[in-house]
Design a protein around this ligand. Structure first.
Ligand code: CO
Length: 172
């Protein structure tokens, strides 16, 4: 399994590049990402989290049915005005869970690994949250960027520690 990049790793802050070739290499990469996501017990995984700065993300909101959505070059095309707050975590930011406000309902356009365009209409609940969280990763945005200043302050020490150990690992 690929090692998950942790907060402080610069790849998590890069704007990821669009996928232009829907080839065998992409198919294998997607398969690997799906395996990595299930092995890490994640609801979603974005390519920068495994060190690849490309616009690929996987989301499976079913909690055990193994029905992954493959999101290539995804884009939120509609978001509700209504926002909801709920706790989020991230495989790249271990042991931190914070409340994040996001639009309650979103529609997303994406391509699958075969180059077929599709749309997810009016995703809600955990699915909407996971889609937005993973698409944020492709912009170099992490959920801790979207929490209240008070929450951010509360975890700033933990985040600094994560970033330091991430740097130490990169230097080793
Ligand atoms: Co994440």
């Amino acid at each position: 399994m690929a090692s998950i990049r942790i907060y402080g790793d610069p790849v998590l802050r890069k704007k990821a590049a669009p996928v232009t070739a829907f080839d065998d290499k992409l198919g294998k990469f997607v398969e690997q990402m799906i395996d990595d996501m299930y092995e890490s017990d994640g609801v979603g995984l974005a390519a920068p989290q495994v060190g690849e700065s490309v616009r690929v993300a996987i989301v499976d909101p079913t909690g055990g049915e193994k029905a992954p959505y493959v999101l290539i070059n995804p884009e939120v095309i509609e978001r509700s005005e209504e926002q909801v707050e709920d706790e989020e975590g991230c495989l790249s930011i271990p042991d931190i869970r914070l409340k994040v406000r996001r639009p309650a309902i979103v529609s997303v356009r994406a391509w699958n690994e075969h180059g077929e365009e599709y749309t997810i209409e009016n995703a809600a609940g955990l699915f909407a949250r996971a889609l937005q969280h993973e698409i944020d990763h492709l912009e170099g945005i992490l959920f801790v960027d979207r929490v209240s200043p008070v929450s951010r302050q509360l975890v700033s020490g933990k985040l600094k520690k994560l970033a330091k150990s991430s740097r130490d690992r990169a230097a080793a």
